[in-house]
Design a protein around this ligand. Structure first.
Ligand SMILES: Nc1ncnc2c1ncn2[C@@H]1O[C@H](COP(=O)(O)OP(=O)(O)OP(=O)(O)O)[C@@H](O)[C@H]1O
Length: 256
């Protein structure tokens, strides 16, 4: 479905992506795991059309996305849920959900989509008339995912859905994403800092660090966490980087 082939992105003098390649097949859940600053958000931004690579190629079902603005990429069925849960705080939950559909003329279909989405997010249904700014962090995360689904995407890219949320809430968010995969026939590309949770449900995992992909494999082959740990921290893989003094706790657990 999606092919990212050797893309390079610079921000001024900073080389954020140094030849990133990845692929996503129809119906897959693919996760990109990596530390802060690895280039995960930049990769999603490049696919969504918000960031322009200076080299490389991105294709969606064989069609090049090169040079397309974000709205054109969205029309091809790609939706990005950016990091940070950007809701319109003074608008109601219902208004936030409908905001991407004002251009659509098929009002009956919009109403049906609205209902279908609320079936997956009962908490949002209870809060439809409340200002989105009053929702909890978890509810806001559900709202931005719900809003992305209102455009009827086929590929949904979610940037760090667990950021700043309690583990129980993260479980709920992921439960919904996994159910939606089948119910809405979605393909998912998800960024996360920690591999611990995504190892349970991803089909394939890429580990990114320093603007490069250092590992790609089926999640089933990575369950002991060792290969991920090596790629994530950059030791024992020929880079010469020393092991960290105190690995992040989540990575420690993944390796045990
Ligand atoms: N708009 C920007 N302007 C300049 N530098 C940027 C910009 N966005 C990202 N960067 C830099 O590019 C590199 C990759 O950042 P990116 O946000 O893609 O990484 P990430 O893996 O998503 O990290 P995080 O988990 O912190 O979001 C970092 O060094 C970051 O500081």
């Amino acid at each position: 479905m999606l092919e990212v082939d050797n893309i390079h992105v610079n921000y001024g003098r900073l080389q954020a992506l140094r030849g990133v390649s990845l692929s996503v097949r129809e119906g897959e859940i693919v996760c990109v795991v990596g530390p802060n600053g690895a280039g995960k958000s930049t990769t999603l931004g490049a696919i969504a059309g918000g960031v322009t690579p200076h080299a490389g190629r991105i294709t969606l079902r064989g069609q090049s996305l090169g040079g397309l603005p974000p709205e054109a990429v969205a029309r091809l069925g790609v939706s990005l849920v950016p990091e940070g849960r950007h809701v319109f705080g003074s608008l109601t939950v219902a208004e936030n959900l409908r905001i991407g559909t004002f251009q659509r003329r098929d009002r009956a279909a919009v109403a049906a989509d609205f209902e279908r989405i609320l079936e997956h997010f009962p908490r949002l249904r209870e809060r439809l008339q409340q200002p989105a700014g009053r929702l909890s962090g978890g509810e806001q995360q559900m709202l931005v995912i719900g809003r992305a689904l209102m455009t009827r995407p086929r590929l949904v890219m979610v940037d760090e859905p667990s950021l700043g949320l309690a583990p129980k809430i993260v479980d709920q968010v992921y439960d919904i994403l996994i159910k939606l995969r089948h119910a809405a026939n979605l393909t998912l590309l998800i960024n996360e800092q920690s591999s611990e949770r995504v190892l349970k449900f991803a089909d394939r995992i890429y580990v990114m660090r320093g603007g490069r992909i250092h590992l790609e494999d089926r999640a089933a082959n990575l369950q002991d966490g060792k290969a991920i740990m090596q790629a994530y921290f950059g030791f024992a893989d020929g880079t010469g980087a020393p092991p960290p003094l105190s690995p992040a706790p989540t990575m420690k657990r993944a390796a045990e």
